[in-house]
Ligand binder design. Structure first.
Ligand code: ZN
Length: 319
């Protein structure tokens, strides 16, 4: 076991339970929420999130890892309120997504790591709410500023022990390059969770990442597929093939869902009408279909409970 940071304070990893390791509450931009309530009605977001997550909790969702950093409009106080009222545990993040603030450009990795380590050790925006994971994102190829964020994430991890998760773009094997930069900085592979591998359905890529010993994030993104992806039922068949090869040792499943997205025309983000199941899509549709395809409850528990716990405990994937 290990004690990690949740938005309500220290959390024993033994109590993580059924965990969705890549979700959002609000998907926005730095400064937007406080400035333009035309784009985000905080009261509506709070009430909707509490209703959605109370329902999710009653259907077995114990923990959400909320991977919105500053530049995705992170709202840690809202996460705390939602956690208190819904009963779902939240782990929030430090780090940076693709909208890297210019104030970070040209800084040293150490300078940025000190800022991020403070969010893990002391708290975020004076709330005392501490980050439990480091988020970082890159394009393909990785830009100069994105590489700086990766190196800063590595140094934050080395200072604090908190693990790293990455965003990867579709149809790209950039996860391998991300891992190699993080390894250059001294991060061991089992502290890295490469996100969105499902948007690059390439078995050689997925096998290679598993061979490297990192965790693999299958963040279903959307039940209707992105334009370049086959229908979700076929994606489940593909996932089943990976599980049959033993990649379930490395895999974690999540949605990449949010209650509010202030961006428009973002592929892979269905409306609430298109996906009324939201944070319960895995529970209601995907896991039953995996079971129908012959995946055991033991494997489902490995994906949804054991692997997130092992990752947060700093354990390696089983071999
Ligand atoms: Zn996401």
């Amino acid at each position: 076991m290990a004690i990690i940071n949740s938005v309500l304070g220290p959390l024993d990893t033994a109590n993580l339970g059924f965990t969705l390791p890549h979700e959002h509450l609000i998907d926005s931009s730095a400064g937007i929420n406080a400035t333009y309530d035309e784009l985000l009605n905080r009261q509506w977001a709070l009430e909707t999130a509490v209703a959605d997550l109370t329902q999710a909790h009653s259907e077995g969702v114990d923990t959400i890892v909320e991977v919105s950093p500053l530049d995705l409009g992170r709202e840690v106080s809202l996460m705390k309120e939602v956690s208190e009222q819904s009963g779902v545990q939240f782990i929030c993040c430090t780090g940076c997504w693709l909208d890297i603030p210019r104030s970070f450009w040209g800084r040293s990795p150490e300078f940025i790591a000190a800022l991020w380590a403070r969010e893990i050790e002391e708290g975020i925006e004076g709330t005392g709410i501490k980050a439990g994971i480091i988020k970082v994102a890159t394009s393909d190829p990785i830009t100069e500023h994105e590489e700086l964020m990766l190196r800063a994430a590595a140094r934050t991890h080395l200072r604090t022990g908190v693990p790293i998760t990455t965003h990867t773009p579709p149809q790209s094997r950039v996860g391998e390059r991300q891992v190699s930069i993080l390894k250059e900085e001294g991060v061991e592979p089992h502290h890295i969770y490469v996100g969105h591998i499902n948007v690059t359905p390439d078995k050689d890529y997925h096998r290679e990442l598993a061979r490297l010993g990192v965790w693999l994030g299958w963040d279903i993104n959307n039940p209707f597929g992105r334009p370049h992806l086959p229908p979700w039922q076929q994606m489940i068949d593909y996932l089943k093939e990976l599980l049959d090869e033993g990649l379930g040792r490395n895999l974690m499943l999540s949605h990449d869902w949010n209650v509010v997205i202030t961006r428009i025309a973002s592929p892979g983000f269905p409306s609430r009408e298109e996906n009324p199941d939201g944070y319960l899509w895995l529970t209601r549709a995907v896991l039953p279909r995996l079971k129908e395809a012959g995946v055991s409850q033991k494997t489902i528990d490995q994906l949804m409970v054991d692997n997130p716990r092992r990752y947060f405990e700093g354990e390696r994937p089983l071999t």
